[in-house]
Design a protein around this ligand. Structure first.
Ligand SMILES: *[C@@H]1O[C@H](CO)[C@@H](O)[C@H](O)[C@H]1NC(C)=O
Ligand SMILES: *[C@@H]1O[C@H](CO)[C@@H](O)[C@H](O)[C@H]1NC(C)=O
Length: 300
């Protein structure tokens, strides 16, 4: 009875181990990406025309050559030593491949088995970065369309950063001094793709501008222009007023003289036109004076 139980146990255990090894068989010997080519590395050095060469995929015959004649598959896909080239791989190209070489007397000369796994092509990564002045670091991100099952690596000035293997990289701003170039690579078992080189530029906000003077440069320019115009306007006004004042004083003196003359020489006609004429000539002169000042300023 005990013997029976032990036997049963052994049977169950062996079945379990068999299953385990079967699961192990599912792991891949060769990896490739969709669209790529893959050479199945079977080598039989003394392969000749008298041998039979057979290749199977998932137990389906895909290549058969006997007496130098190829009846299944393409002759050019097989090398002199018997390796098979798989072109333009698809997901359906995955699976178990087997090569068999038979002697002319139909005995097996050499066999080879391989499990091929086909994966998505690694997308080309793209680096984005953020300057973080609070923490004094630049944070780089190695962006890829499908980041699953990918390993990442980074280079700084073309030197691999061996300790950086995550999708993001943080570098202190102090380390960024001088133009530093970064690149990242995404890798899976089927291939590797590298990003373009990126030179992060982190311009710190100008060293501590007092918050009250936080104007945009446009505002500053506008205010400066306004100030200059105001000064020019005041300058012109001052010149005009000075000119006019001086002139009117002279005119007044002339008028006094003229009136005296009129009083002494010409008492018959009423003195109606004199002062108004003088007044208009004063304003004319002021206008001329203003024009001249303006021209000078423009010339200056
Ligand atoms: C071969 O088997 C694998 C699984 O082992 C499967 O993914 C693949 O599609 C199969 N291909 C063909 C052509 O049967
Ligand atoms: C078949 O041929 C091979 C090489 O020609 C030889 O090594 C092998 O012993 C032969 N086997 C038998 C059963 O004749």
């Amino acid at each position: 009875m005990a013997c029976f139980a032990v036997t049963l146990c052994v049977i169950i255990l062996s079945g379990f181990i068999n299953q385990l090894s079967a699961a192990n068989k599912d792991t891949c010997d060769l990896y490739s990406a969709v669209g790529q080519s893959l050479m199945l590395p079977f080598v039989y050095e003394t392969l000749g025309n008298t041998h039979v060469l057979k290749w199977t995929h998932n137990n389906t015959l895909i290549f058969y050559r006997h007496q130098g004649k190829v009846s299944v598959g393409k002759a050019e896909d097989v090398s002199a030593s018997g390796s098979l080239l798989l072109k333009n791989l698809q997901f359906s190209s995955a699976g178990a491949y087997q090569a068999n070489v038979l002697h002319p007397n139909n005995t097996l000369a050499k066999t080879w088995n391989g499990q091929v796994c086909v994966m998505d092509k690694v997308p080309k990564p793209q680096i984005t970065y953020v300057c973080d002045f609070k923490s004094g670091a630049v944070k780089l991100d190695c962006k890829v369309a499908k980041p699953q099952d990918l390993a990442f690596s980074w280079t700084l000035d073309e030197k691999t950063l061996t300790s950086e293997t995550s999708q993001t990289l943080s570098i202190s701003l102090a380390q960024l001094k001088g133009e530093r170039s970064f690149a990242c690579s995404a890798t899976n078992k089927a291939g590797k793709e590298r990003s373009d080189t990126v030179r992060p530029i982190c311009k710190s906000p100008s060293p501590s501008p007092p918050p009250l003077l936080c104007f945009t440069s446009k505002t500053v320019v506008a205010v400066a222009a306004g100030g200059i115009s105001l000064i020019l306007f005041l300058l012109i006004c001052t010149i005009v007023i000075c000119c006019c004042h001086r002139r009117s004083k002279r005119q007044e003196r002339l008028r006094e003289k003229g009136e005296l003359r009129m009083i002494s020489l010409n008492k018959r006609e009423p003195d109606s036109t004199g002062p108004s004429q003088l007044g208009s000539s004063v304003s004319n002169f002021c206008f001329d004076c203003f024009k001249v000042s303006l021209y000078r300023l423009v010339a200056w």
